[in-house]
Design a protein around this ligand. Structure first.
Ligand SMILES: NC(=O)C1=CN([C@@H]2O[C@H](COP(=O)(O)OP(=O)(O)OC[C@H]3O[C@@H](n4cnc5c(N)ncnc54)[C@H](O)[C@@H]3O)[C@@H](O)[C@H]2O)C=CC1
Ligand SMILES: O=C(O)C(=O)[C@H](O)COP(=O)(O)O
Length: 338
């Protein structure tokens, strides 16, 4: 994997701490890029993770950059590590950084925050279809049936995608990739996304729909691909969800909080909306969460991004973010330290 990283950091005193859930697959290339990490005891933090914030703050005392994934940095921890005077740059291992770090506070504290962009467009779009196929062809169940000696032929009666309408909420990198795949399956594609030029819809092969209720009401499949931010939190309301027609399939691989809290669960409990979710208000999801008991629901543990191709591109971008920071340059900067 190391061949994709062309330059190696000259630094031997790299003040960098790596935290989980930075991928195992990323650690070796990162170490290869920053040889000093081999000898830095602080890297052991990756193996010995603790969520005890006092311990974390202590460990971060001598770090001035932090590489972090899948971990919510509390406001208190962010304040402490920046007040300690060292951590000036946080590189988030993923796209949707706003769910994990208070970006407004980072701005106030003058901590640079970087993320990765579009590394997972294919991975998440493909997972969207994995979820959709589970809803319409139920391969998992059929596999279990066959292995249990139950040749349940009729259980395999599925729905055909060709000729149906895919409604995309958020036509960015992932949404556009979903649009392309949907069209390859013979679907008609419609999308809702404010402030996007008409040419973008055209290029993606999708029909623009300005009214979210209309998109929801006229689609056979709704797939959510909005980022989470102040404007999108709860942007899909109970009133919008009331426009789902019985049988419309709903997939969310973006962030659960873009759908009004509780509204989705209430709608799904009516039992006529096949749904598949990769993201949840509280992760990891526990089995006592009522969403687990919605009949027919398909759930995956936030794995949309987890493919070999996405890991490779994610690692490349993480290293580029760190190199840029240490070189005083900008790369994927979400919050600038200036
Ligand atoms: N399940 C998973 O493993 C993963 C989930 N994600 C989630 O998917 C999200 C989307 O990712 P990308 O497609 O790469 O982002 P993107 O930034 O390329 O696309 C987001 C789209 O939403 C639109 N948008 C933003 N605010 C809006 C608003 N208020 N109203 C209407 N449209 C709005 C933007 O114009 C843009 O077209 C990420 O932010 C992340 O939360 C990303 C990677 C992995
Ligand atoms: O890129 C994103 O955005 C993601 O959703 C992450 O890469 C995966 O999220 P976590 O597992 O870090 O919550």
């Amino acid at each position: 994997m190391t061949e994709i990283y062309e330059t190696q950091s000259e630094r031997t005193d790299l003040p960098l701490v790596v935290m989980p859930a930075v991928l195992d697959a990323m650690i070796e290339p990162i170490k290869a890029q920053f040889p000093a990490l081999h000898d830095v005891a602080r890297v052991r933090m990756f193996e010995e993770f603790t969520s005890d914030e006092a311990v974390l703050a202590e460990r971060l005392k001598n770090a001035d950059a932090l590489l972090v994934g899948g971990y919510h940095i509390s406001d208190d921890l962010l304040r402490t590590i920046s007040e300690q005077g060292h951590v000036k740059c946080i590189v988030f291992c993923g796209t949707g950084v706003a769910s994990y770090i208070n970006l407004e506070l980072a701005r106030e504290l003058k901590v640079r925050v970087c993320n990765a962009e579009h590394y997972g467009d294919h991975a998440v779009a493909e997972h969207t279809f994995a979820l959709l196929f589970e809803l319409i062809r139920k391969v998992g169940q059929l596999d279990k049936d066959v292995k249990a000696g139950n040749w349940a032929w009729a259980g395999g009666d599925g729905l055909q995608l060709a000729g149906r309408r895919m409604g995309i909420i958020g036509l960015g990198g992932i949404g556009t990739t979903v649009a392309g795949i949907a069209r390859a399956f013979g679907m008609e594609v419609a999308a809702w996304n404010s402030h996007v030029p008409a040419e973008h819809f055209e290029r993606s092969g999708s029909v623009p729909v300005d009214d979210l209720n209309e998109l929801i009401e006229t689609s056979d499949v709704i797939s959510v691909h909005l980022p989470l931010n102040d404007a999108t939190r709860g942007i899909v309301t109970a009133e919008n969800l009331a426009h789902l027609q019985p049988g419309t399939m709903l997939i969310n691989t973006a962030r659960s909080e873009v759908i009004e809290s509780g509204a989705l669960f209430a709608r799904l409990q009516e039992g006529d909306i096949p749904a598949a979710l990769d993201v949840f208000d509280h992760e990891p999801l526990t089995v006592d969460d009522p969403i687990c008991h919605v009949p027919g629901i398909v759930l995956t543990p936030h794995v949309g991004w987890r493919t070999d191709g996405a890991f490779k591109e994610l690692t490349r971008q993480m290293i580029a973010c760190m190199n840029a920071y240490f070189a005083g340059e900008d790369y994927n900067v979400v919050v600038s330290e200036h």
